[in-house]
Design a protein around this ligand. Structure first.
Ligand SMILES: [Zn+2]
Length: 399
């Protein structure tokens, strides 16, 4: 494989700069993915345009970093503000690409490029997860496949020359990564019971036939209800409940038992009420319905309690993908590092009163940070991590 001999003729840091610039350009494309993937849009066509006025951005106004600064974060055509995320993602991608060259460029160009691919995927998933609380399957399931195939062609991802070892590492990485997070997500639901979803004052909520919809997100019941005892509890004002229409008689008019058909769906209203929804029952104050008879409930919520969801299955697939690239040892390290980071950040936010302990926090960005730590040297610290744990624990376990 064409590794660093060719590159040695040119000063090492020329390539560092090249990786940075390359990263900024890729970052510009990642911004497009972050916007379009969760919206189910094509990431290639149409080319970059302003989401407000549809103005096609010409190439000379599509230069990473500079454009955003030069236009001071506004569209050149309609002056609508462009989020600072565009600038941050470009700078971050450039910096991390350069860092990946600095970390492994000396030993393998191929590895540095594979790291760049992974970094791109980590950035896209983190920013999507922060905004939408999901990680697209195209990244997670796609990542499992790509990681496994790359382990076949480039065993050096797993720091080995042996094809057999490399495939084994990748396979175990998928199993251990997906398996541990799946177990945690199941156990977490059993252990924590319920959590409170933070809502704005008088947030409009719709309980439709298959999902709980808030202005910002749509949570399918399949993600909320795991046990028959799971319940959504809402304190609400101005509730409107609409039942499903009685079925229209299809038979010819001469049959005897034609039910009178109501022109509108029957509906009920309350000024304020306590609503409790389980997979089998909808209860408004003391009246009950079968959920299958109800079309939707529209309400303004004061307080909403959901069965606690510790992690979505998105994180399970995400961790399996990371395992496919870096193996099961990496999975253990990344889980350890990310939960440490997550608790530190979470507790800091709670201390600063920016967050409630029970609020929903996306876990993807922490997994991504943990993965970065692993790529940038975690495999070196790994033995010392065990050494440290051993030193802490050994006094307690000596007989
Ligand atoms: Zn515009």
């Amino acid at each position: 494989m064409p590794d660093t001999e060719y590159f040695d003729a040119i000063p090492f840091h020329f390539w560092t700069v090249t990786f940075f610039i390359f990263g900024c350009i890729v970052g510009s494309f990642l911004n497009v993915c972050i916007y379009r993937l969760p919206r189910g849009e094509n990431i290639i066509f149409p080319p970059s345009h302003c989401p407000h006025c549809n103005y096609h951005i010409p190439w000379y106004l599509n230069i990473p970093l500079f454009t955003w600064v030069f236009l001071r974060g506004r569209c050149a055509h309609c002056r609508a503000p462009i989020t600072v995320r565009y600038f941050i993602v470009e700078l971050l991608t450039g910096s991390l690409f350069a860092l990946s060259w600095l970390c492994v460029g000396n030993s393998s160009l191929t590895l540095a490029l594979i790291y760049c691919l992974v970094i791109g995927a980590l950035i896209v998933s983190s920013f999507i997860d922060l905004e939408h609380f999901v990680i697209p399957d195209s990244i997670t399931l796609g990542g499992i496949g790509v990681g496994f195939v790359l382990s076949f062609f480039f065993p050096q991802i797993h720091w080995t020359d042996s094809l057999k070892l490399s495939m084994q590492e990748s396979f175990l990485g998928i199993l251990v990564g997906g398996g541990i997070l799946y177990a945690i997500s199941r156990l977490g639901k059993l252990a924590f019971g319920r959590y409170r979803y933070k809502i704005k004052a008088d947030e409009k909520i719709i309980l439709s036939e298959e999902a709980l919809e808030t202005p910002s997100e749509k949570i399918p019941y399949s993600e909320i209800f795991y046990r028959p005892t799971d319940r959504i509890i809402i304190q609400a004002a101005s509730v409107e409940l609409t039942l499903i229409n009685a079925p229209q008689p299809q038979e010819p008019a001469d049959t005897e038992a034609t039910e009178p058909t109501s022109p509108a769906s029957p509906s009920y209203q309350w000024e304020s009420a306590r609503i409790e929804l389980s997979p089998t029952q909808l209860k408004v104050d003391s009246q009950t319905w079968d959920p299958s008879e109800v079309r939707k409930v529209e309400l303004n919520a004061h307080k909403l309690t959901l069965p606690r969801e510790v992690m979505g299955l998105g994180d399970v697939k995400f961790m399996a993908a990371i395992g496919a690239f870096f193996g099961w040892k990496a999975v253990i390290f990344i889980l350890f590092a990310s939960s440490l980071l997550g608790s530190l950040v979470g507790l800091t936010l709670v201390a600063l009163r920016k967050h409630e302990l029970s609020a929903r926090i996306p876990y993807g960005p922490y997994l991504a940070l943990g993965t970065l730590l692993w790529m940038m040297g975690g495999y070196y610290w790994y033995p010392s991590l065990f050494e440290l744990v051993n030193q802490i624990l050994s006094p307690f376990f000596q007989s």
